[in-house]
Design a protein around this ligand. Structure first.
Ligand code: GDP
Length: 297
């Protein structure tokens, strides 16, 4: 579907005279192509501009290594700069869940993949780290969402907090904390209610829950295919709630993953995991190298 950036750049450089070092004009010409590739990968315009500027300063004047073409060299510089920007934490998959029971708050819009991701992450903590996990749904508006978490819990062998109809989110959170403490759980995960859009009532509710449980991690789950919207959602949640990381879902889709770059550049928050499908195993630790490769095509 997309023309590969390396191919595009070799085309550009074929038309340029080969010199000993990358001249400002060479770099400028090449970076125009890079900017187009970034925009096609759904990186937002201001982020693409800023990124290209940074790379331009790095690349200009660099000696061209004999073993590679100037085009390949610019691709390498761009690739390394992408990885650099995308890298947020040394070990993004390592959650801060010492001092049991550690509360983990899952937040995001409805349909972003929050409930699925909660269960995927619980399974991962159980299987990879041997943690005892309790999950609780705070979605008092959609009984189906509560049932969905219970069904997933049964499927992956992770306990869920029994549903008590009519309880408020804050009270469910308190009950989860109590049960996690008494039951000797390492982690309790709270799957908050989502909305179709950000609204004040939703935010206030999540803030109240946050103040009660004081989460060790607050993970925002967003659909990676929604690009700029995902970034705006992250900014808003971070401003109001304070997030410790992001999970980008639907990265198994057609998207080129540019949202990841915008997300890092705009919010400064680390991307911790990516969702790669509907199955309970389809969750991976975020790997900057992989996304960089995908953005470049
Ligand atoms: P919530 O409303 O945020 O809790 O969203 P759900 O967890 O219910 O997910 C909504 C839909 O997206 C479900 O059909 C999930 O199976 C699907 N989904 C979640 N994560 C992924 C993912 O990483 N890839 C794909 N392809 N589908 C996903």
């Amino acid at each position: 579907m997309f023309e590969n950036l390396s191919e595009r750049l070799s085309g550009v450089f074929d038309r340029l005279t080969k010199q000993g070092a990358l001249s400002e004009d060479d770099v400028k010409t090449a970076l125009r192509e890079v900017r187009v590739a970034l925009l096609e990968a759904d990186v937002s315009l201001p982020v693409a501009r800023e990124f290209v500027k940074k790379v331009q300063d790095q690349a200009t004047g660099q000696a061209v290594t004999r073993s590679v073409t100037p085009g390949q060299q610019v691709v390498k510089i761009v690739h390394d700069a992408l990885v650099d920007t995308l890298t947020g934490e040394e070990d993004p998959g390592k959650l801060k869940i010492d001092n049991p029971p550690a509360p983990v708050l899952m937040v995001g819009l409805q349909g972003g993949g929050k409930t699925t991701t909660t269960a995927k992450l619980a399974k991962r903590l159980k299987e990879k780290e041997g943690k005892r996990v309790l999950m609780a749904s705070l979605d008092v508006y959609r009984p189906a969402a509560m049932d969905q978490l219970a069904v997933l819990g049964a499927q992956i062998g992770v306990d869920t907090l029994p549903i008590v109809p009519g309880q408020k989110p804050v009270d469910i959170a308190k009950r989860a904390k109590q049960q996690a403490t008494m039951g000797g759980y390492d982690v309790y995960m709270l799957d908050t209610a989502g909305r179709l859009q950000i609204d004040e009532v939703l935010m206030q509710e999540v803030e109240d829950v946050r103040d009660v449980v004081k989460p060790r991690e607050t993970l925002l789950v967003v659909d990676g295919l929604t690009g700029q919207v995902a970034v705006e959602v992250a900014e808003e949640f971070d401003r109001k709630i304070g997030i410790s990381g992001v999970v980008l879902t639907r990265m198994d889709g057609d998207g080129r993953g540019g949202a990841a770059l915008s997300m890092r550049a705009v919010t400064g928050k680390p991307i911790r995991f990516v969702g790669l499908g509907e199955k309970m195993d389809a969750l991976e630790t975020f790997e900057p190298e992989r996304i960089a490769g995908r953005i470049l095509g």
